[in-house]
Structures are given as C-alpha cells and as structure tokens.
Write a protein that binds this ligand. Structure first.
Ligand code: HEM
Length: 533
C-alpha cells in the first residue's frame, strides 16, 4: 500500500472522528450526510429528505446527547445486540428522554408513556411514520412502487378491515382454521401428535390467515379442495418461515453468503406462489386482497412487482399473529389457574350455543366479545411479549412538549423512537412484578375490563401498546384479535394440548427480534396434542 493511500485513509478516519464528536451541545457540524450503518437499517432507515434539511449546531433545549465511545458507530453494536437492555441502561443514565448516536444516526428515545400521545397524534408533516414502511418495502422485500402514496393506500385499505368486512374475515377465518387445524390432525390419524408449540400456533394461524385473505381453491368446497387448501397453505407457511427466520439478519445487512443465496431462493419461490396470475384462480378472495390488487393496478405496478408487494403483505399481516398465540397458549399451559379460568369462561358459552361444537360453522362476534378472561390473558401476554419500535422521522425542527411541563427541541432529520415494551409495559411503577404473568391483571373484581393504570400518581392513557397508538395504530387489530381468540377457542374446546415436559422453563427471547413486533422464543417448546376423543 502506498503512503498516499495510508495518509488518505488516516485523514478520512480523522475527519469521521471529528464529525461524530462535534455534535455536542456547543459544537458545530453534524454527521447527518453519512450513510447509516447497515446493522441498524431496520431501525433507522435513510431519511426520505436525504437528510439535507438538518441544522448544524447542537441547539438549546435538545435532549441529553450520548455519542458512545466508538466514532460514528456510537451505540450501534450494543443496540443491535439487545435493544431492551441497552435502552434500560440509557434510561437509568439519562432519564426518560435522550438522544443516542447509532450508526451515524441521531436517535431520540422517549420513554415517558404520559408523553407518547404528543408523538403518535402529530401530523405526518411533522413526524412521519411512512419512511419506515418504504424502507421495509425496498430493503427487505425488494418492492418499489411508482407514485406510492401511503395515505392513499391507507384510505383504500382501511375499510376492508373494519365493520362488515371484519365480520366476513372473522367468519372465513373460522372455516379456514377448521380446514387446517382439524383437517390436518384428522388426516394424521387418531392419537397424540408431537410438535413445537410455536410451529403449531404459527403454522395453523398463518395458513388459515393466508386462505382467508388470499382465497381458497375454487369452489365447490369439497374434501378434495380442502385437502388442496391444506397442502398449498402448508407450502406457503414453510417457505415463508424460512424467510421469516432470516429477517432480522436481512434487515441488519448481516446475511452470510449462504444466507443470501437462501433468501434469494425463498423470495423467488414466494413471488411465484403469490403471483397475481396464480391468485387469479382463487375463490373467496377477501375484499382486502381485491382492493389491494386494484390499488396496485391503478398505480401501474407490474405483475412481478405486485407479487413482491403481496409477499410483503403476507409478512405484515401474518408475522405477529402466530407468535402472539404461541405466548398466550404457553402462559396458559404454565399457569393452571389461568387455564382453568379460561376454560371456566368457555363452558357456559358452549352450553348457550344451540349446536354441538363440532357442527358450529362460525363463532358469532357477540360470543367473541363476551370473553373478558381470555381478553385479559391476551392483553397480559401481549404486554410481556410485544416489543415493536414505534419510530417516526422528524420532518421539521419541532418542539416536543412533555406531559410534566418540560419541553425539548427535536431536529429535522433525526429519528424519534418510542419503546413501550420498557415503559409502560414492563414498568414496575405501573405493574407490580412486571415480569410475572398474571392472567387477571386486566380484570376488575366485578369481571369487567380493567383500564385504570397509574404512573406518578396520574392515570395513563397508553398503559400497553402492542398495536401502537394514535394515527398509525394497527388497522388489523380487530381481525388479529378475533383470529387469535378463535384459534384458542378451537384448541381448548376441540383438542387436548399438553407440554411434553410440564416443568419446562419459559424460553428466552430471540434478542435479534426487538423492534419487529412480537418477540419470538430462542427455541421452540415441544407439546403433544390430539383431537378430543
Ligand atoms: C398480533 C398481531 C399484530 C400486531 C401485534 C400488530 C402491531 C402493529 C403495530 C405495532 C403497528 C405500528 C404502529 C406504529 O408504528 O405506530 C401496526 C401497524 C399496522 N398494522 Fe398491525 N399488527 C398485527 C396484525 C395485523 C394484521 C392481521 C393486519 C392486517 C390484516 C395489520 C395491519 C396493519 C396496518 C395496515 C398497519 C399500518 C397502519 C398505518 O399505516 O397507519 N396488522 N401493527
């Protein structure tokens, strides 16, 4: 290597160091124009504004800044390794609002749940949610949509997940859960079957969810067409799951060469399975799918790109539901008192419905809405396992008023991150023994839903946020909740389900999944199940 190259490299390194260090309270220049660290792309995608609008000085009123000890990278490694532990440490050091440098990005972290409303109800022109969606589309799922307008898409898709369309989805889901769950088990023969509980919950829910949203084999609804639905949806799940397992690495840009080949193969296969031409032959397609395809066509999106968008949607709509049901069932299996309480709630329901349960074709919404114990169990499971990053792009310089009267200034081009998993969900001031599963935590003594939780003596509006909150709160939550409840209902009423080792410990989280939504376990938990004799 020549001396000129060595000097060049040293100079570049020095410049980098200076740029990183100089965004302190008094100093000048920021590193906004540097490329963000691929390790943290999942969190902090590039600004849609190209990061050009940012000011140069650290300004008065900005939150405490912590640059970490590694120039430019800042806290990228610690953040990527275990975001919850890192943010807990930072909270102890700086309080409930601070800015950290993470792979060339300045990320302001807000952990005061009383102040979350100031963020989630801000208009898009000040704090933008969609930069993240566009990033997911492009970087992870290779989707580029010409003339893409997230608000236009949202206004078209929202009605397809609510009211009578939600009712239609719920009914179709019950039929499809029957097809895959009871159909597969019957086909496998009588007696006990063994499987991992995550695989059990994720596969049956994703397969039924796929059939509900993307359609079934052409009618008539025969035994043969149901068998085809079962094998096709199993193919979809197994292919999808290979991609899902690599997603954290894919998002962080840390795939090995072998992983990259696999991702390419799996994506290619999913694009074929979900191509508009293949979907055109399917029956009972949901209003959601019809509207989404029409929206893509109106934007002039090619068939190839439509298939990619449909794979992205499969992940967005199905990636959290199965893992949520896994944790819920596992908490029940590990807590006999909770399981007995849920069973005790289902028994009178079964007595009230006129037909035998094996002949029921739907579970009316009225029935689904009258399960407060199961609702509490679901809320408690989600409190303990839902860990999405709520990120917003700061689009203009703005003042962020906090609930306690303090005010901080946020800089255009920075990221704002809320992490409700730490607070409110795991906050010991709000929940006694926050690590412990208490099935009736969200129940009042009279059996109604408990909604009053307090911090600093003040009642909280956002006391758990698995679905986000504000303008961008999850649009599919009604459908997700009814899917999970119907699945649990069927499992508990039609099946015997047991842990193979009753003393098995709750598995640790796969720490690479913080930020994606529902956590997944580090390893699966073996169970056995059979249709009730
Ligand atoms: C257990 C399952 C699910 C969980 C935990 C979940 C959670 C979330 C979260 C945390 C957000 C982002 C909120 C934010 O950043 O402010 C979100 C957004 C969204 N979710 Fe879900 N979700 C689930 C299932 C679904 C399903 C089944 C669908 C559709 C069928 C869906 C559709 C959406 C949509 C469209 C948005 C974006 C809303 C917007 O653009 O404003 N989700 N979800």
């Amino acid at each position: 290597m020549s001396w000129a190259v060595v000097f060049g490299l040293l100079a570049a390194l020095l410049l980098l160091l200076l740029l990183t260090r100089r965004r302190t309270r008094e100093a000048f220049l920021s590193t906004e124009n540097l490329t963000p660290c691929p390790t943290l792309f999942i969190l902090f995608p590039a600004s849609p504004n190209g990061d050009k609008c940012c000011g140069f000085c650290r300004r008065p009123g900005e939150p405490p800044l912590d640059l970490g000890s590694i120039p430019w990278l800042g806290y990228a490694l610690e953040f990527g390794k275990d975001a919850a532990s890192f943010l807990t440490r930072m909270k102890e050091k700086h309080g409930d609002i601070f800015t950290v440098l993470v792979g060339g990005r300045y990320v302001t972290v807000l952990l005061d749940p009383h102040s979350y409303d100031m963020v989630v109800w801000e208009p898009r022109t000040r704090l933008d949610f969609h930069a993240y969606a566009v990033f997911l589309m492009e970087r992870i799922f290779d989707v580029q949509l010409p003339h893409y307008s997230p608000s236009d898409e949202k206004s078209k898709m929202k009605p397809t997940l609510l009211h009578k369309e939600l009712q239609a989805l719920t009914e179709a889901m019950y039929t499809n859960l029957h097809t895959v769950l009871l159909g597969d088990t019957t086909e496998a023969g009588s007696g006990w079957h063994e499987m991992g509980l995550l695989e059990f919950s994720y596969s049956f829910l994703l397969r039924a969810g796929y059939l509900t949203l993307y359609g079934v084999e052409a009618p008539p609804h025969t035994q043969e067409s149901q068998a085809q639905d079962r094998s096709h949806s199993a193919d979809i799940f197994h292919t999808f799951r290979q991609l899902d397992l690599l997603l954290p690495k894919l998002a962080r840009g840390s795939l090995s060469v072998g992983d990259k080949d696999q991702v390419c193969r799996v994506k290619g296969r999913l694009w074929k399975l979900l191509s508009p031409a293949r979907l055109a032959t399917r029956a009972h397609r949901s209003k959601w799918l019809e509207s989404y395809l029409l929206h893509l066509e109106e934007m002039g999106v090619s068939e190839e790109m439509q298939a990619r968008a449909l794979v992205l949607q499969l992940w967005a709509t199905q990636g959290n539901v199965g893992p949520a049901a896994f944790w819920l069932l596992l908490f029940l299996l590990k807590n006999p008192e909770a399981l007995a309480a849920v069973r005790g709630e289902l028994e009178p329901i079964l007595l009230r419905v006129e037909q035998p349960i094996s002949q029921m074709t739907t579970l009316p919404q009225k029935v689904l809405d009258s399960m407060p114990v199961l609702d509490s169990v679901l809320s408690e499971s989600l409190r303990l396992t839902a860990a999405p990053f709520i990120t917003r792009e700061v689009v203009v310089d703005l003042a962020l008023p906090m609930a306690d009267g303090r005010e901080f200034t946020l800089r255009c081009g920075d990221r704002l991150l809320l992490f409700p998993f730490l607070s409110p969900q795991k906050d010991p001031e709000i929940y006694t023994d926050p690590e412990v599963f208490k099935y009736n935590r969200f129940l009042n003594p009279d059996g109604s839903e408990k909604k009053d939780f307090y911090k600093d003596g003040k009642r909280l509006k956002n006391y758990s946020m698995p679905w986000g909150a504000g303008h961008n709160q999850c649009l599919g939550r009604g459908y997700a909740i009814s899917s999970i409840k119907q699945f649990v209902f069927l499992v508990l009423t039609r099946f015997d389900l047991e842990l193979i080792s009753p003393d098995v410990e709750m598995p640790e989280f796969d720490l690479s999944r913080y930020g994606f939504g529902l956590m997944q376990p580090e390893h699966d938990v073996p169970v056995r199940y059979r249709i009730r004799p």
